[in-house]
Design a protein around this ligand. Structure first.
Ligand SMILES: Cc1cc2nc3c(=O)[nH]c(=O)nc-3n(C[C@H](O)[C@H](O)[C@H](O)COP(=O)(O)OP(=O)(O)OC[C@H]3O[C@@H](n4cnc5c(N)ncnc54)[C@H](O)[C@@H]3O)c2cc1C
Length: 474
């Protein structure tokens, strides 16, 4: 121990107060455990401060402005007048309301909050270094630890984030003005969500992507409507281009890319956003002192109870592997807390949804048809286009479809893919169906309110069963 250190002890030490860590800490508090939650930056982690919440706030605001400005079909004429500073202020207000809520909930559940950066001293204690000059450090001994240190954006060589010319998603969400033009490197979900925001607010947006399509990892027919809408918004795509370097040019920059034949292209803009993925924050924790190794990508390996190779140390959320999603982190936090409290809890990812908040949205859960086949099921697929949904037409957003994949002999729902309006909300019904072991008959027999978007789920199940009313059957 360093002179001046003070030493404390706790049953459960949680490192990182993102949606993994704070949820795990609250659950552990509910279960009567003595919990200390250490955070070096801001309560709520990436999700509440720099990720899910601010990006969704900006998506909602830019959608509202864009839709109002493009509603002539409904007889509405208006001229877009956006005060970007006020929009950002509103977004910041939403964030601070939520982060304040996290602190209150933690305290109400008996969680002790500690500010500082934790690093393992050994497998039974961490040193917490407090921020700021001369603020010292303290040693915290623990019975159990939950590592929930999240992830950070990947920097590509030559593109260090400077907040001025080369932006991370966090910096892009905190700009003072809408950039006149922006080059976005990466057409994954973060790049595509923010491309939509800037394009709808009037930026000239160029997207360069190394692969050959948008939203790699999603099925082609889900990504296609997103690309189509992005084309309509005037977003300029260049595929098969790897970003190599950038140089300053006047007030802006030029991003230089190279294709696989070595041909070079240049894209000029005011700023560039680099959104090529995220990497786990596991390299600043002195994990080796606790006897924990990471895989070659830096992820901590865990079992189905979120335990690391040291059974009393758990790892959850982004630092514990893909998919890097807030709700996955929260579920793992709850399970880790319950396992520590001696409950028979375990992780089961078969009904874990994912959503992309592009225009249109994408929602997925469970298996695709191809995955179902490769796992030995005999898949039957139902599909329902939003063009046949009365409610979708009344909202002016009727692109896309609902698809359900089920096992034909048993009828069990195995997976679903939705692209279209409110896909992020609609997918929840299919997640519940899979979790409950519902069949196509159950989904078709469930009376849905008319006229709603959720009727599309019922119609889709009917389509799979061969007795759809509002679409032609297979
Ligand atoms: C732009 C953007 C949009 C996103 N949108 C969505 C979305 O719509 N839906 C979704 O599900 N996910 C979304 N995500 C991903 C989501 O933010 C993450 O999956 C989620 O935050 C992971 O939670 P976590 O608790 O594992 O880590 P984080 O939220 O990253 O929290 C980790 C915390 O640990 C702290 N920490 C790190 N090291 C230490 C240390 N040594 N000591 C103390 N504290 C430490 C960090 O400061 C941080 O607060 C988005 C991400 C971004 C960047």
């Amino acid at each position: 121990m360093v002179v001046g250190d003070i030493s404390t002890g706790t049953d459960v030490l949680v490192i990182g107060a993102g949606p993994g860590g704070y949820v795990g800490a609250i659950r552990a508090g509910q279960l009567g455990l003595d919990v200390t939650l250490v955070e070096k930056d801001a309560y709520g982690g990436t999700c509440l401060n720099y990720g899910c919440i601010p990006s969704k706030a900006m998506i909602t605001a830019s959608d509202l402005a864009y839709d109002a400005n493009n509603a002539e079909e409904m007889g509405i004429y208006t001229k877009l007048d956006v005060n970007y500073g006020e929009m950002v202020e509103w977004k910041d207000g939403v964030v601070s309301q939520l982060t304040g809520g996290v602190e209150k909930l933690c305290k109400a559940n008996g969680v002790s909050l500690m500010e500082g950066r934790a690093e393992f001293a050994d497998d039974k204690s961490v040193r917490v270094v407090h921020g700021g000059e001369g603020q010292g450090s303290e040693t915290v001994e623990f019975e159990h630890a939950i590592v929930s240190t999240g992830s950070r954006p990947i920097e590509i060589p030559g593109f260090e984030f400077d907040g001025e010319h080369i932006l991370s998603s966090r910096q892009a969400l905190a700009l003072d003005d809408v950039p006149e033009s922006i080059v976005i490197v990466g057409a994954g979900y973060i790049g595509m969500e923010l491309a939509g925001v800037f394009a709808k607010l009037g930026s000239d947006v160029t997207v360069v992507e190394m692969l050959d399509s948008v939203l790699p990892g999603y099925e082609d027919d889900l990504a296609r409507p997103v690309k189509k809408k992005a084309d309509e918004l005037g977003i300029d795509f260049h595929f098969g281009q790897a970003a190599k370097e950038w140089e300053g040019s006047g007030r802006g920059i030029t991003v230089v890319t190279e294709d696989e034949d070595g041909d070079v292209s240049e894209f000029g803009a005011e700023k560039a956003l680099v959104a090529v993925g995220r990497q786990p924050v596991s390299d600043t924790l002195e994990l080796e002192n606790a006897g924990i190794e990471t895989d070659e990508k830096g992820f901590i390996q865990t079992d189905d109870r979120a335990r690391t190779e040291q059974e009393h140390i758990f790892a959850i959320g982004d630092v514990a592997g893909e998919p890097m999603l807030a709700h996955k982190a929260s579920k793992e936090g709850q399970v880790a807390a319950e396992v520590i409290a001696g409950e028979p809890s375990a992780l089961d990812y078969q009904a874990m949804p994912a959503a992309v908040f592009t225009d249109p949205e994408i929602g997925t859960v469970g298996l695709t048809e191809e995955e179902a086949e490769s796992q030995g099921f005999e898949p039957v697929v139902g599909k329902f286009p939003f063009q046949a949904s009365g409610r979708a037409l009344t909202t002016g957003h009727a692109e896309g479809f609902v698809r359900i994949v089920a096992d034909e002999p048993s009828g069990f729902a195995l997976g679903a893919q939705i692209v279209g309006p409110e896909a992020s909300e609609l997918i929840a019904e299919l997640g519940l169906a899979i979790e409950m072991g519902a069949t196509l008959e159950d989904l078709a027999a469930t009376i849905h309110t008319h006229p709603t978007l959720s009727e599309a789920v019922m119609e889709c199940a009917e389509n799979a069963l061969g007795h759809a009313i509002h679409t032609l059957n297979r």
